[in-house]
Structures are given as structure tokens and as C-alpha cells.
Ligand binder design. Structure first.
Ligand code: MN
Length: 498
């Protein structure tokens, strides 16, 4: 359709991140606006005298495979991506908090690098491509900042509340000649990342749409006797081939049968290598990544396309929990309350189906919710799949209570947040065995009924949602009800026959 497929369709003269054909053209103004949001937040802070204050960020660096001269495919550091959208490793960036001006510093590559990398870009090329005010080489950072009379540098130092790891704090030759503060920036930039701009929402919408389509392609291809890793291969091919997503956002989880109860199945020691059997539940958790932005979607369905009564029972218990959250989530409600709502709805269904007995509130007080769903309801989503900002100063701290301690945030919802909603129900032997010997938990479990579900695996239903002014917008679009899934998979089977 497009006359010239080398030009982004929505090009209006400004540079874009864009791959090809119908992939999304992401305007560099997305990153300009992110920088402007950060600068105005910092200007509003009393302790920052804007004149002579500069934010200095260090981008990601190439990471070699061990001691070899081959690197991991490069992925930009997320704070740097959020500010600059730069695709190359080894860069730095600075923001003048007084004026909002942006400066990009790129590595000065020896001329012979043109042999391996092609024609080397000039500073003007970088300035133009990334829509920054100035571009210089990384060996000029101290000189440039001194010329601009920088008095205080704000660097990034903070601990990720999901991984426990520290951010990369900028360090460069000559930094000791400046006054450096490494405490102000982190919470402020994290808070900026929590609220998505209109342009960021467009990217999330796109990567969730492509990832939803990829999940549907997987559902169409799955059949008994197929190896799990073929589902992973199908997903990766779809998001890259059709959506321009070079990366997925995390290691693909393609568990079938009992493996669907292993929360991070697909890891190096269990690389999606079982054969999917007739009668298995499949739990596939995969998300593409476009321009740094992540999708994180889980589909659970029977391998043969038809739910058994037991599969329907567990699936509908989780679906009801998901529906309750999608109906109740909106600005002003707390994520902890949404988590407990999901738990309560699911445990009530398990009780109605005869698997549990007793008072549902009592089950929650006894921590039984964590036995069947040993993870939180969901997490913030953005450039990182478990995005930053879950636990920041001034917001509720992580609970120590069973049933709540796994939550990746306990915040009150705000319009513009993106989160996953991912209730689940799993039959995990070590947790069930422990519950059965715990007097306060075992009294709620009907042992003979539970026995039937040993080896069942698990169900998770994970949607990516945006909190709007009055509710949620679901960015995910895949078959969700039992009827939708069975119809979709039957249609795929018939299409194969014809
Ligand atoms: Mn998730």
C-alpha cells in the first residue's frame, strides 16, 4: 500500500523510532516530553536551585558473553531509554534543570570502526536523530559541563524494589571536579515513569496489540504432541516478523501440564522442552518489546482446545477474579484492595466447587490465598516488565503479612498508570504439602477433592491495563472466556483441515 516503505507512514518531518511497513512510528517527541516532565518536577523541588543544576545519566553498555568478543544483543538501560530513546550503547546524557536543554554524549569511535559498523554517524546525525539540543563525545563531558557552569550534578542512585539491584550511577572522567547529589533524582524520575504520557500509552497499546496477536497465533498452532518450545518460537517469530519487536520483554514461559504451575518455567534448567500432551493445560506467559516498552500477557487454555470440567472449574475461578478487578480498578482504589478482592473472589469459587470449606475471610487470615496464588495480583508495566515505582518514599511500604508480602506495589491507583492484572490458581506440591500439615490452613482444604488436582498445573490470566479517569482500558485482546477460547481453537483446527 505505502508508495515508499522506507519512510515512516506518520512521518511529519520529525525523527522516529520505526522499523518497517505497519510497525509503529514512535516520535522522538515522546522522549522530549519525558525530559520536560522530569525537569519541571525537579524545578518544583525546593532543594534544587535550578541554575547550574544538571541531571547526568549513563546509558547501558555492551555486555560480552563471558570473556569472549561476542556481545549480548544490546538493550538500552531503562532510565536512559526513558529520557533519550537512544539505541546505541556507551552513551551519556545531561539535562539542564534550569533551561530544560538536553545534551547527548556518544562514544568517539576510531575511524576503522566503519569497517564493522558501516559509515560512522556524525554528532549532527545524532543530534538530529534523537532530537536533542546538543551532541558531543563522551570524552568531552567534563569540559562541556564546565563551559555551561554546572555547579551541581544529579546522578541516579536507587535500589530496584523488584530485583533488589542498584541503578547504574553515572561516572565519567573529571566528575570529581563537580558537586554531585545522588539522592534527589531517583524517586523523582521513578515517579515520572509511573505515569504514562499519551505518547507512551500509544507505544504500550501497540506492543500489547502485537503481543495479543502473537498469543493468538500460538493458540492457533498448539496441538498435543508438540514441544513447548515451538510455542515460544512461534511467539518470537510473530512479534518480530509482524511487529518489529527484536526482543521479548522476559524469558518466554510456555508450561504445559504440571509445568503450568511453575511460576518462572522456561528458565535455563527447564527451557520449555516438554512435549505438550492431550489433556494438558497450557499456561503461556510472553510479551514483546517495542522501542523499549514491554507487554506481559498470559493465556491459559487446554492443549486440545476443549476444557474438561475440572479445567473449566479452575479457569472460571481465575476469570471471575480477573473480571472483578477489571470492574473495580480505578483512580483512588488501592492495589492491595484489588489483590484481596481477586483472592476473595477466587477462594469463594473454589469453595463453591467443593475444593475448600469454611469462611473465606478466615482463609485469607490464615494465608491460604498465598498457597493457591503465591504472587501478587500484578505490577506496574512500562519500559521494564516489572516497572519502577512500586515502593517509593511517601507511598505504602511492602507488607510483611502472608498473602500480601508478594505484592510488587501497594499503591493507590492513579490515572495514567499501566499495570498487569494477573490472578492465578496453581497446584504447587510443596505449598500444598505445607498447607496440609498446617492446622490453621488444612482445616479449609477438602483433601479428597484436592487429590484430584495434583499434577493439574495452574491457570493464570494476565491482562495489561491502563488506569483511566474512571476505570481501566484493557490493552490486551485475546480470547478469554471458556466459550471464546474453545470457539477460537476449534476455528483454528477447522482452518487447518481446509
Ligand atoms: Mn506479569
Amino acid at each position: 500500500m505505502a508508495a515508499d516503505s522506507s519512510v515512516p507512514p506518520k512521518s511529519c518531518g520529525q525523527p522516529h523510532f520505526w522499523r518497517f511497513h505497519e510497525t509503529l512510528a514512535v516520535p522522538m517527541s515522546l522522549f522530549c516530553h519525558n525530559r520536560a516532565r522530569l525537569v519541571s518536577r525537579l524545578q518544583a523541588k525546593g532543594e534544587v536551585t535550578a541554575a547550574g543544576t544538571f541531571v547526568v545519566l549513563q546509558g547501558g553498555v555492551d555486555v560480552p558473553f563471558n570473556d569472549t568478543d561476542t556481545n549480548w544483543p544490546f538493550r538500552q538501560e531503562s532510565f536512559f531509554q526513558w529520557c533519550f530513546g537512544v539505541e546505541e550503547p556507551g552513551c551519556y546524557g545531561a539535562l539542564d534543570v534550569g533551561t530544560g536543554a538536553s545534551i547527548l554524549f556518544v562514544p568517539r569511535l576510531p575511524p576503522e570502526y566503519a569497517i564493522w559498523e558501516g559509515k560512522l554517524h556524525t554528532l549532527d546525525d545524532f543530534k538530529e536523530r534523537y532530537s536533542v539540543n546538543e551532541a558531543h563525545y563522551t570524552d568531552e563531558i567534563a569540559r562541556v559541563l564546565k563551559e555551561k557552569r554546572a555547579r551541581l550534578l544529579l546522578t541516579l542512585n536507587g535500589r530496584n524494589s523488584d530485583s533488589g539491584l542498584l541503578s547504574r550511577e553515572a561516572i565519567f572522567d573529571g566528575i570529581s571536579e563537580f558537586k554531585v547529589d545522588n539522592s534527589i533524582l531517583y524517586p523523582e524520575i521513578c515517579e515520572c515513569r509511573v505515569i504514562k504520557s499519551r505518547e507512551e500509552i500509544e507505544v504500550l497499546r501497540y506492543v500489547c496489540m502485537i503481543s495479543s496477536e502473537a498469543h493468538k497465533a500460538v493458540m492457533r498452532s498448539v496441538r498435543p504432541e508438540m514441544a513447548e518450545y515451538k510455542a515460544e518460537a512461534c511467539f518470537q517469530n510473530y512479534v518480530y516478523n509482524m511487529g518489529g519487536c527484536r526482543h521479548v520483554s522476559y524469558t518466554c514461559i510456555c508450561g504445559s501440564g504440571h509445568n503450568s504451575s511453575i511460576l518462572h518455567y522456561g528458565h535455563a534448567g527447564a527451557p520449555n522442552d516438554k512435549v505438550i500432551m492431550d489433556g494438558d493445560m497450557c499456561l503461556f506467559d510472553m510479551g514483546g518489546n517495542y522501542c523499549g516498552y514491554a507487554a506481559d500477557i498470559t493465556c491459559s487454555f487446554p492443549a486440545n482446545g476443549k476444557f474438561t470440567e475440572d479445567q473449566k472449574f479452575i479457569y472460571n475461578a481465575v476469570l471471575k477474579a480477573r473480571d472483578a478487578v477489571l470492574a473495580a480498578a480505578k483512580p483512588g482504589v488501592t492495589w492491595t484492595d484489588m489483590h484481596l478482592l481477586a483472592n476473595r473472589v477466587m477462594l469463594t469459587s473454589l469453595k463453591e466447587g467443593g475444593l475448600l470449606v469454611g469462611d473465606v475471610e478466615g482463609m485469607i487470615r490464615a494465608g491460604l490465598n498465598e498457597v493457591f496464588q503465591p504472587h501478587g495480583l500484578g505490577h506496574l508495566l512500562g519500559l521494564d516488565v516489572h516497572d519502577v515505582g512500586g515502593y517509593l518514599p511517601g507511598h505504602p511500604e511492602r507488607s510483611k503479612e502472608a498473602g500480601l508480602r508478594k505484592l510488587r506495589t501497594a499503591r493507590t491507583l492513579l490515572a495514567g498508570m499501566a499495570l498487569t492484572v494477573e490472578p492465578g490458581c496453581y497446584f504447587i506440591d510443596c505449598l500444598l504439602d505445607a498447607a496440609l500439615v498446617s492446622p490453621k490452613q488444612s482445616k479449609f482444604i477438602v483433601r479428597e477433592q484436592l487429590q484430584r488436582f495434583r499434577g493439574f498445573g495452574g491457570v493464570r490470566i494476565e491482562d495489561d491495563v491502563l488506569i483511566t479517569e474512571d476505570g481501566v482500558e484493557n490493552l490486551t485482546n485475546v480470547p478469554r472466556t471458556v466459550e471464546e477460547i474453545e470457539k477460537f481453537m476449534a476455528g483454528a483446527k477447522n482452518a487447518k483441515v481446509n
